[in-house]
Design a protein around this ligand. Structure first.
Ligand SMILES: [Zn+2]
Length: 249
C-alpha cells in the first residue's frame, strides 16, 4: 500500500519493545489509528517528541490491509498546547477529551467534524479562559461527540413517549437517552432530576458552538457535569477514568 498522509492528535502511547512504541492517534483522515513507531523510544529524537501526548502532528503511515498495526514512518509537530500544563483542571479536561476519543471511537471510522471539535476544545482549554469556562467547554465537546457517535440526547421530546416537551421535565434518563416527561416518569427508574436551567443549558450548548463562553454559575456547572458524566458512563459501560478529576469544572 502507498504511504498515507494524515493530520493526527496523539491520544496515547505505550512501550512496545526497547526501541519501539505503539501510538494511538486520532486522525482527521482515518479516525482512530494504532500505529507502531519503530525507534520511537530513542532519546528525544524529533520523531519521539512528536509523539508526546496531545501533540498535533503531520504523519506518514504505511497502512495494514486488515488487522495488525499500521507503521508510523514520519511524525512532525504541527502544534502543541503548552497552556494545558500550567493549570491542572484544564489538563485533566484535555486528558478526558483524549480518553473519550481513544476508548470510544472505532479504528478507521473517520469523523472530521469531531476531529476539528477536539482541536478547538484543546485550543480553548489551553488558552487561559476563566476556570469556570472549562466545564461548559468540555460539555460542548461531549455533546458534539455524542452526536457524532449517534447518541444525541433527546431534549425537545420525551425519550420514552416522544411527546414534545412543554414546561419542566420529570428528569433525564441515561437508559432512555434523554429527558422524560411527567407522564412517563414512573416508567424510567434510572432518571435523575434535571433542573429547567440545566435542561436549557444542554439545549444551548447543543445548538451553538460558542454558547460555552457565556457565564455559567457553579451549581449549574455541577449539574451539567453530573448529567453528562452519568450519560457517558452509562453508554460506555464504565466510568471514564478522568471523570472524577473533573469535579469543580
Ligand atoms: Zn413521555
Amino acid at each position: 500500500m502507498p504511504p498515507a498522509n494524515a493530520l493526527a492528535l496523539v491520544l496515547r502511547t505505550t512501550d512496545w519493545s526497547e526501541t519501539s512504541r505503539i501510538a494511538t492517534l486520532w486522525t482527521r483522515e482515518f479516525g482512530k489509528v494504532r500505529a507502531l513507531a519503530k525507534g520511537g523510544r530513542r532519546l528525544r529524537s524529533s520523531f519521539e517528541s512528536a509523539l508526546d501526548l496531545l501533540t498535533l502532528c503531520r504523519i506518514v503511515l504505511l497502512r495494514k490491509s486488515s488487522g495488525g498495526l499500521d507503521l508510523l514512518t514520519e511524525a512532525q509537530v504541527v502544534r502543541r498546547f503548552p497552556g494545558l500544563s500550567t493549570r491542572l483542571p484544564a489538563l485533566y479536561a484535555a486528558y478526558y477529551v483524549a480518553e473519550l476519543l481513544a476508548d470510544w471511537t472505532e479504528e478507521n471510522d473517520p469523523h472530521p467534524h469531531l476531529f476539528d471539535e477536539a482541536l478547538d476544545a484543546l485550543a480553548a482549554l489551553a488558552e487561559p479562559p476563566a476556570e469556570e469556562a472549562i466545564g461548559p467547554r468540555l460539555a460542548r465537546f461531549e455533546l458534539v461527540l455524542l452526536r457524532e457517535l449517534g447518541y444525541t440526547p433527546l431534549l425537545d421530546i420525551c425519550a420514552l413517549c416522544h411527546a414534545p416537551v412543554v414546561g419542566p421535565v420529570a428528569g433525564f434518563s441515561p437508559g432512555a437517552g434523554g429527558v422524560v416527561c411527567g407522564g412517563c416518569a414512573t416508567r424510567q427508574r434510572d432518571r435523575r432530576p434535571l433542573s429547567p436551567a440545566c435542561h436549557q443549558a444542554l439545549r444551548r450548548l447543543s445548538a451553538a458552538a460558542d454558547a460555552w463562553r457565556q457565564p455559567w454559575d457553579a451549581a449549574l456547572r455541577a449539574e451539567l457535569r453530573q448529567v453528562l458524566g452519568g450519560y457517558i458512563t452509562y453508554l460506555l459501560g464504565r466510568r471514564p477514568r478522568l471523570l472524577p478529576y473533573l469535579q469543580g469544572s
